[in-house]
Each structure stands twice: as structure tokens, then as C-alpha cells.
Write a protein that binds this ligand. Structure first.
Ligand code: GDP
Length: 143
């Protein structure tokens, strides 16, 4: 059965600290299917484009600088209720406020270095998936 999608990024801090494997394992254990994945470093302009909705916020310049400071792992995850279920798995934006066992609690260091990104709506999930992946880079896995 196919479900809906969400877009995740493992952020530079988490990649640099060797958390890519442990985070991907948690994603699999939680029942998400990885239907597309790549390891890349965004340019400053790409990070600005990705986070365009936050343009004008005081944290925006630091956010885009940080997100382009090193490689990230971007992936499209599929599951029934993917957006909401993944937001539950990652926890609150601020790791200090995130529930025990969530990815941001386990692997995040601060509100900026909060380990992972997760889409906040189905509409944004599709926009964000298209930002990183073409149709040829997505794979529908068999049940
Ligand atoms: P998310 O959907 O939980 O990732 O949160 P938002 O979409 O509101 O913000 C995007 C990202 O910007 C977050 O994941 C944080 O890394 C960063 N961010 C959000 N709010 C703040 C803030 O108040 N201060 C700082 N330094 N970073 C923030």
C-alpha cells in the first residue's frame, strides 16, 4: 500500500557527528520507506530558496548559513500519514522541548542544530521533494 510523503534532511551537525546511520535506522524502525535519498551540500542560495518562507525572521541568515555549511542527507519518506507521523518522530523544533525518544531529543544540540528537518504539510512536502528530486530519482518499493 502506498501512502503519503514527507521530506527530511539530516542537518550538517548531525551528519558531521556520525548520526546519519542511527537516524536512518530510527526512520526505518518507525515504518517509513525511503523512496529517494541523496547526500549533498547546498549552496547558500539553495539554502535561502529552501527556507524562503522564513526570509525576514531574525534566525534566517544563521539558518541558511548553517544549512549550507556542510553536507546533508535529503530523503523522501513514504508512509500513511507521513507528514504528521514524521513530525511526531522528530519532536519539537527545540530539542530541549522535544519528547524523550524523538530524533531531535536524541540527536539535536540546539534549536538551530536540531538534527533533522521534516515537512510541515502535504503541500510543502511535495514542494520540498521536488526541490531535491526528479521523478527518475524516486523509487516505488514493492510491498
Ligand atoms: P521546524 O518545522 O520544526 O523545523 O521549524 P520551523 O519551520 O519553524 O523552522 C525551520 C528551522 O529554523 C528549524 O528547524 C530551526 O533549525 C530553525 N529555527 C526555527 N526557529 C528558530 C529560532 O527561534 N532560533 C534559531 N536559531 N533557529 C530557529
Amino acid at each position: 500500500m502506498t501512502g503519503s510523503i514527507t521530506l527530511t534532511m539530516i542537518k550538517p551537525y548531525a551528519v558531521q557527528n556520525g548520526y546519519t546511520g542511527p537516524i536512518l535506522a530510527k526512520i526505518n524502525e518507525a515504518g517509513f520507506r525511503i523512496i529517494a535519498m541523496k547526500y549533498l551540500q547546498m549552496t547558500l542560495q539553495q539554502a535561502k530558496d529552501f527556507y524562503k518562507v522564513h526570509e525576514g525572521q531574525n534566525f534566517y541568515p544563521r539558518l541558511v548559513e548553517f544549512m549550507s555549511s556542510g553536507p546533508v542527507v535529503a530523503a523522501i519518506l513514504e508512509k500513511k500519514n507521513a507528514v504528521q507521523d514524521y513530525r511526531k518522530l522528530i519532536g519539537a523544533t527545540d530539542p530541549l522541548k522535544a519528547e524523550e525518544g524523538t530524533l531531535r531529543k536524541l540527536f539535536g544540540a540546539s534549536i538551530e542544530k536540531n538534527a533533522v528537518h521534516g515537512s510541515d504539510s502535504d503541500e510543502n512536502a511535495n514542494v520540498e521533494a521536488d526541490f531535491f528530486f526528479s521523478k527518475l530519482e524516486r523509487f516505488q518499493l514493492m510491498d
